[in-house]
Design a protein around this ligand. Structure first.
Ligand code: ATP
Length: 372
C-alpha cells in the first residue's frame, strides 16, 4: 500500500489541455473517486498515474518514489477497466494465476493467493470455468480478482461498473466498497456517476474542464460546494438555482417570464450564512430539493407557489413548483398530497441553502466551523 501524490500535473493533446495544473493527494489506504462529466480529464489523470500517459509537466509520486516518467510495470499498480478483456481460452483459476506467473511467483504461493482472492470475491465455484460461461457481474469479479491477487501498492479503476446493468451495478458498488475496506488498499476510482462517487468514496475529487473544482468527503462536497459547478453536479435531483440579489432585508429572487420578483427575508436561524454576500451583484440562490419545505396552509415565512408537476417516485415525491416564474423541485415523503395547479406554501431552509456569485460561480455562503 502507498499514498499517491500529484503535483501541478499538466497533460496536453495538441492544443487541448486535458489536465490543467492538478494537485491532489491520496492517503495510504484511502478510496479516492475522480468524478466529472465526460471529457473533464479524469481518465487522463488516472492514465498519467498509471504510466500509460506521460505528463507534459508536473510530478507524480507513489509512496516516497517519484514515478512521473516510469513505465507502468515499474509502478506496482493494478488496473481494472470498464471493458474487461479476460483471456477466453483460460479458466478463471488460470486468469487469476497469470499475473503471478508473469513475475515468477512460486506455485505453492500462487495456489494460496488465488484461493484467497477467490474467497474474498465469492468466486470459488467459478475457478474451473472459462469466461464464455460467466455473467457480466462474475466477469467483473474475476477482473477485480486478477488485480487484487498481485497485492499492488495502488488500485486504479476506470468506470469498472459502467458495462453492467443498473441492479448489478448497485450490488457491485457495495461489494467493491466492502472489499476496499477489508483490504485497506489505496484505490483511485474514476466515474461520471455522482451517486457511485458519493456512495463509495472516502473522498471525491470533482473535475471540470481539466481543472480540479473541489476535493472533499462526500458530506463536504454535498453540504459545502465551493462553486456552482460542484453544487449542480452533486445531488439528484440537482440543486435548484434561483437568480437573485441581496438587499437590506434579505434576498430578492428575480422574476422571469412576466412573473413578479419574490422577496425572502433573512431568517435569524441562518446566522451569518448569507450576510457577507455583496449587495449590488448578481447572485444565485442554491437550494436542494430536500431543503424546500412545503405546507398546505399559509404560514409565517412561507411563500405561495403553484404546483406545476408532481413526480411520484415510490419512496418519495418530487413536487415541481413555480416561484417568480422559475421551477423549483421539492422532495417530500410519498404520502404528501399535492396536485398540479393547486397553490401550496413553500419556505427555503436558509440554514442549508447557498449563495453563489452569478459570474464567477464561487460560493458566497459563509459556513460555520467545518465548512469551506
Ligand atoms: P470520459 O468519461 O468520456 O472518458 P474523461 O473525463 O475521462 O471523459 P479524458 O478521457 O481524460 O476525459 O479526456 C480529457 C480531454 O482530453 C478530452 O477533451 C479528450 O477529448 C482529450 N483526450 C483524451 N485522450 C486523448 C488522446 N489520446 N488524444 C487526443 N485527445 C485526447
Amino acid at each position: 500500500m502507498a499514498s499517491v501524490s500529484v503535483k501541478q500535473l499538466v497533460k496536453r493533446f495538441d492544443q487541448n489541455i486535458a489536465v490543467n495544473h492538478l494537485d491532489l493527494d491520496v492517503r495510504d489506504g484511502e478510496f479516492m473517486v475522480f468524478l466529472g462529466p465526460s471529457g473533464c480529464g479524469k481518465t487522463t489523470t488516472l492514465r498519467c498515474i498509471s504510466g500509460l500517459e506521460i505528463p507534459d509537466d508536473g510530478e507524480i509520486r507513489i509512496g516516497d518514489e517519484i514515478v512521473t516518467k516510469k513505465e507502468p510495470a515499474e509502478r506496482d499498480i493494478a488496473f481494472v477497466f470498464q471493458s474487461f478483456s479476460l483471456y477466453p481460452h483460460m479458466t478463471v483459476r488460470e486468469i487469476l494465476a497469470f499475473p503471478l506467473r508473469a513475475v515468477r511467483t512460486p506455485e505453492s504461493e500462487i495456489t494460496q493467493r488465488v484461493a484467497e482472492a477467490a474467497k474474498t470475491l465469492h468466486i470459488e465455484k467459478l475457478l474451473d470455468r472459462k469466461p464464455g460461461k460467466l455473467s457480466g457481474g462474475e466477469m467483473q469479479r474475476v477482473a477485480i480478482g486478477r488485480a487484487i491477487v498481485r497485492r499492488p501498492k495502488v488500485f486504479l479503476m476506470d468506470e469498472p461498473l459502467s458495462a453492467l446493468d443498473a441492479k448489478l451495478r448497485t450490488e457491485m458498488r457495495a461489494e467493491i466498497k466492502r472489499l476496499q475496506t477489508d483490504l485497506g488498499q489505496t484505490t483511485i476510482y474514476v466515474t461520471h456517476d455522482q451517486l457511485e462517487a458519493m456512495s463509495m468514496g472516502d473522498k471525491i475529487a470533482i473535475m471540470y474542464g481539466g481543472l480540479l473544482q473541489q476535493i472533499g468527503t462526500p458530506t463536504e462536497v454535498y453540504d459545502y460546494p465551493k462553486n456552482l459547478f460542484v453544487a449542480g453536479f452533486i445531488g439528484s435531483p440537482s440543486m435548484n438555482f434561483l437568480p437573485c440579489r441581496r438587499d437590506a432585508n434579505g434576498l430578492v429572487v428575480t422574476g422571469i417570464e412576466g412573473a413578479s420578483e419574490v422577496a425572502i427575508a433573512l431568517s435569524p436561524d441562518a446566522g451569518d450564512r448569507f450576510r457577507n454576500a455583496p449587495q449590488g451583484t448578481e447572485l444565485v440562490l442554491g437550494v436542494r430539493p430536500e431543503d424546500v419545505l412545503l405546507a398546505h396552509e399559509s404560514k409565517a415565512g412561507f411563500q405561495p407557489a403553484e404546483v406545476y408537476v408532481v413526480e411520484p417516485l415510490g419512496s418519495e415525491k418530487i413536487i415541481n413548483l413555480r416561484i417568480a416564474g422559475h421551477i423549483v423541485k421539492a422532495r417530500t415523503p410519498p404520502t404528501f398530497a399535492a396536485r398540479a395547479g393547486e397553490t401550496l406554501f413553500m419556505q427555503i431552509d436558509q440554514t442549508r441553502s447557498h449563495l453563489f456569485d452569478a459570474r464567477s460561480g464561487d460560493s458566497q455562503t459563509r459556513h460555520g466551523l467545518g465548512g469551506n
